[in-house]
Design a protein. Structure first.
Length: 210
């Protein structure tokens, strides 16, 4: 598959802390031109959360954008979305059985051994990180850096998404090191966070990554 170079992640906790709903952020990002979104909700998946994810799925379908659910293959299957799983989640093969052969499956890796092992998994793309220090996880894996990313690129034939602490300033070097896309959370959220400012920030990223 060919991934858009910018892979925005809708982290519900990060957005809520800034006073914005994921659905609002998704609409702004899609209007700005984003063509893939990941819905990342680490707390209990309440009915209201599912309903919001369903509305975002509809927004993505209307825009021709790929929608991916983090961790929850069951939710992804119900919404006709892709799923992204980590090392401690369902194995990609199990996730694939739930979402079906036509859905996109992504798989996170954090080091050379995991990336090499992932080559045999039924995943459409792989993620690698954190590239730089990140605050989006309570106990992040050791940061890899640009040089290690470049070395690890040779271990994976599948599309590779770099994640972790990537900014507008570092994104070009990350792509030059071999990543096909950059996944971004915090660096997409301007301060103050408004719909207009978010649209402008996403456009800035898209223009940079052309």
């Amino acid at each position: 598959m060919t991934l858009p170079r910018l892979y925005p992640i809708l982290d519900t906790a990060a957005l809520a802390s800034r006073g914005m709903r994921a659905e609002t952020a998704a609409r702004a990002m899609i209007e700005a031109g984003a063509r893939i979104l990941q819905f990342r909700h680490k707390e209990h998946f309440l009915r209201a959360v599912f309903d919001e994810a369903a509305r975002i799925a509809a927004l993505c379908r209307e825009a021709g954008a790929l929608f991916v659910i983090d961790d929850r293959a069951d939710v992804a299957a119900l919404l006709g979305a892709g799923v992204h799983v980590g090392q401690q989640d369902l194995p990609p093969a199990a996730a694939r059985r739930i979402v079906g052969p036509g859905a996109v499956v992504g798989f996170s890796t954090h080091n050379a051994a995991q990336l090499a092992a992932a080559a045999g998994e039924p995943a459409d793309y792989l993620a690698i990180g954190p590239i730089f220090a990140t605050r989006s996880k309570e106990k992040p894996d050791p940061e890899l850096g640009i040089a290690e990313l470049s070395r690890l690129r040779g271990l994976a034939a599948k599309p590779l998404v770099a994640i972790g602490g990537i900014t507008l300033g570092t994104a070009p070097a990350v792509l030059e090191a071999g990543a096909d896309a950059v996944a971004v959370i915090a660096a997409l959220l301007p301060d103050p966070l408004t719909e207009a400012a978010l649209r402008a920030r996403v456009k800035e990223w898209l223009n940079l990554l052309r």
